[in-house]
Design a protein around this ligand. Structure first.
Ligand code: MN
Length: 199
């Protein structure tokens, strides 16, 4: 759970530097996407909290119970926190390990089949949004497309992995080639972090 400190939310502390995900995500993309887009969502949410029903609540609770502008900023804050915290420096032949690897094989047949479906749902989402891997109430894995600031938490799922398909996530490095961006992201997924969320 992401909790406010003295009434305010803080930016996530990343376990890597702004230039460390290149060439998958350039330093310029990180400075804009993490440094400006995410910062704006966090600042807007903090401005909306004082005196509201959401003051002092955990971010996940706000996402589950809010709507309108509070939901949009809280949802985008949570989505981006989960997105940026799931990455590590690029590794070639980067594959899942542990429990999540077994569950992917069980529910999708193979990692290759899972990647195909995940990429295709990400590429096929019209407009702005997110593609998610989540666990349902019975720990079965599901892939969903969520528009704008939506998060699978609101469907009762546990979010495990997400690729941002808003244009601001890829336009600096990949221009309009959303599928190329999605395919590159597999090289920086930190499967240890995904396993932690699954556990
Ligand atoms: Mn984004």
């Amino acid at each position: 759970m992401i909790q406010p400190i003295n009434g305010k939310f803080e930016m996530p502390a990343l376990p890597y530097g702004m230039a460390d995900l290149a060439p998958v995500l350039s330093q310029e993309t990180m400075l804009f996407h993490f440094g400006k887009h995410l910062q704006t969502y966090v600042s807007n949410l903090n401005l909306a909290l004082p005196g509201s029903a959401f003051e002092g609540k955990a971010l996940e609770d706000i996402v589950k119970t809010s709507d309108g502008g509070v939901f949009n900023n809280a949802g985008q804050f949570l989505n981006h926190a989960l997105y940026f915290l799931q990455f590590k420096t690029p590794t070639s032949n980067n594959v899942p390990t542990g429990e999540i690897a077994r569950a992917i094989d069980r529910d999708f047949g193979s990692f290759e089949k899972f990647k195909e479906e995940f990429q295709s749902k990400g590429a096929g989402l019209f407009g702005s949004g997110w593609v998610w891997l989540s666990a349902d109430a019975k720990d079965k894995l599901v892939i969903t497309q969520e528009g704008n600031a939506q998060n699978p938490l609101t469907k009762g799922f546990t979010p495990l992995l997400t690729f941002d398909v808003w244009e601001h996530a890829y336009y600096i490095d990949y221009r309009n080639r959303r599928l190329d961006y999605l395919k590159s992201l597999w090289n920086i997924v930190n499967w240890d972090e995904v396993n932690k969320r699954f556990g």
